[in-house]
Design a protein around this ligand. Structure first.
Ligand SMILES: NC(=O)c1ccc[n+]([C@@H]2O[C@H](COP(=O)([O-])OP(=O)(O)OC[C@H]3O[C@@H](n4cnc5c(N)ncnc54)[C@H](O)[C@@H]3O)[C@@H](O)[C@H]2O)c1
Length: 245
């Protein structure tokens, strides 16, 4: 029960990697807010059935007013957040020359701007309590640009920049900020994308199997624990050894 007494907010937790993160942190004692535009009640039910604590909060992370309302709702139920996991993201596959400015902006609005909005509303409570953990999801594609992901890679590099900046500015408040960079992970969304990636990407990894969300949960649990108190501003590649830095 490593996270007993902590409140964790996980964005994009109604599905995919975020859902798996929610189950892991709740299983280790955290009260989890499943913050998603989609309905997260089935994830909450899984957690409650297993004896954990969770609530589903629906919000559009690209809208600052919606994020602020979500923070108030979570605070009413569970108090201030100790842990913020910025997991929601989109990764459309499009050749650069066909990307419109609106499509470019849509990627940045969720993958970058939403991280600004959530930090703005959840950091004050962490600072007040002198303890906090923020984890931002980036991608190993920042080190391995695959065609069709220029907007995505640019946005995930920005998430790394934000991670380093916040780590620098929030350390004095006992808040650490790190990023996790997976390889290609099997989720319903990636399964709907280009099938050839599931052949090509594992071949570039040292561990040549397709990554699953459960491969990421150990790193998340560690980074948001007291054990990781002296680790901040880092990007952790949890990618089967594709990036060997
Ligand atoms: N799956 C991969 O291969 C992979 C690889 C590297 C990095 N990542 C990153 O991991 C994160 C999760 O990926 P995933 O595959 O689990 O995604 P996913 O598509 O399975 O889930 C994303 C969740 O985000 C929610 N969401 C989308 N827009 C939202 C909005 N405006 N407001 C609130 N919620 C919104 C969706 O409803 C969904 O539940 C993303 O940031 C992604 O870029 C994924």
């Amino acid at each position: 029960m490593r996270h007993e007494g902590r409140t964790a907010v996980i964005t994009g937790a109604a599905a995919g990697i975020g859902r798996t993160y929610a189950l892991r942190l709740a299983g280790e004692g955290a009260a989890v807010a499943v913050l998603d535009r989609a309905d997260g009640t089935s994830v909450v039910k899984e957690i409650l059935d297993a004896g954990g604590r969770a609530t589903a909060v629906q919000a559009d992370l690209t809208d600052p007013a919606s994020v602020a309302a979500a923070q108030e709702e979570i605070a009413e139920q569970f108090g201030a957040a100790d842990i913020l996991v910025n997991n929601a993201g989109i990764y459309p596959n499009q050749p650069f020359e066909s990307i419109t400015f609106e499509q470019w902006r849509a990627v940045f609005t969720l993958n970058v701007d939403a991280l600004f909005h959530t930090a703005k509303v959840f950091v004050p409570g962490m600072r007040e309590r002198g303890w906090g953990r923020i984890v931002n999801m980036t991608s190993n594609s920042v080190a391995l640009v695959i065609p069709g992901f220029t907007h995505y890679v640019a946005s995930k590099m920005a998430a790394i920049g934000l991670t380093r900046g916040l780590a620098t500015e929030l350390a004095d408040a006992g808040i650490t900020v790190n990023a996790i960079a997976p390889s290609l992970v099997r989720t319903a969304t990636t399964e709907a994308g280009p099938a050839e990636l599931f052949e090509a990407v594992p071949q570039m990894q040292a561990i040549r199997r397709v990554q699953v969300p459960e491969d990421l949960t150990g790193m998340l649990s560690f980074l948001v624990s007291d054990d990781a108190a002296f680790i901040t501003g880092q990007t952790m590649y949890v990618d089967g050894g594709l990036v060997r830095s």
